[in-house]
Design a binder for this molecule. Structure first.
Ligand code: PGA
Length: 252
């Protein structure tokens, strides 16, 4: 099963999000994509309006972050129960914009993902190196440092199967630069080895993210250890997003 997940970031207003969700729900319901899951993550103020549009369609709704506490004095945060109440079934955690712009730490990101996991909201756990870290030959080390605190926490959880990892090299996000096949294959291999060592499990989907577009996705989705994509820019255009879903479906 492939996953094509759209991260809408803070790009759209409420009305625009509703409009885009309608188009995606419509193509997802009209066509049959038995091998591809279609996921969308609008920004928090748009979730309530988008939720009824994708309800009872093949489109899964998700959020772009969640706090590790169930409730309390955490201004600006969203809780996992709130997101579930809105109809979310997944949440992006540890996106590079959260790590690098907002200074979220590895430990906090692990706690966010762990809370989502134990409350039944699938975390999409993002990892990825900066350009400098890649140049310094530290890609595998950075991925391990980002993923390990989460893997440590979930070792104690009885059911840990329900999560997704997204490899998103920071230098490829929103830049038009795409990691090449060898770079993606290698990074995904590192992630799968870490998962295998920590959890004795290798069936966790690993998505690639970073400037995925219809004209580069066929090559990316053909890499054996790539299970789909986390898409920013191209997910804001329903036609491009539909093409990505069709490419994933063809390769499945
Ligand atoms: P992009 O963003 O597709 O615009 O590079 C990907 C992401 O941030 O998840």
């Amino acid at each position: 099963m492939a996953i094509v997940a759209g991260n809408w970031k803070m790009a759209l207003g409420v009305g625009e999000s509703v409009e885009l969700a309608r188009k995606i729900a419509s193509f997802a319901s009209d066509a049959n994509y038995p091998h591809t899951e279609i996921w969308i993550a609008p920004s928090p103020p748009c979730l309530g309006a988008v939720s009824p549009i994708v309800q009872n369609t093949p489109v899964k709704l998700g959020a772009q972050n969640a706090h590790w506490e169930l409730k309390g004095a955490f201004t600006g945060e969203s809780s996992v129960p709130q997101l579930k109440e809105l109809g979310c079934s997944f949440v992006i955690v540890g996106h590079s914009e959260r790590r690098h712009i907002f200074g979220e730490t590895k430990g906090d990101i692990a706690k966010r993902a762990h809370r989502a996991l134990i409350e039944g909201l699938t975390p999409v756990f993002c990892v990825g190196e900066t350009e400098k870290e890649r140049e310094d030959g530290k890609t595998a080390l950075i991925i391990a440092e980002q993923l390990s605190p989460f893997l440590e926490l979930i070792k104690e959880t009885s059911s840990y199967a329900n999560f997704v990892v997204a490899y998103e090299p920071v230098w490829a996000i929103g830049t038009g630069k795409v990691a090449n096949v060898e770079q993606i294959e290698e990074a995904h291999g590192v992630i799968l080895d870490l998962l295998g060592e920590a959890l004795d499990k290798t069936s966790i989907p690993v998505l690639y993210g970073g400037s995925v577009k219809p004209d580069n996705f066929s090559e990316i989705i053909s890499i054996p250890n790539v299970s789909g994509a986390l898409v920013g820019g191209a997910s804001l255009d329903s036609e491009k997003f539909r093409k990505l879903v069709e490419i994933a479906e063809e390769r499945a």
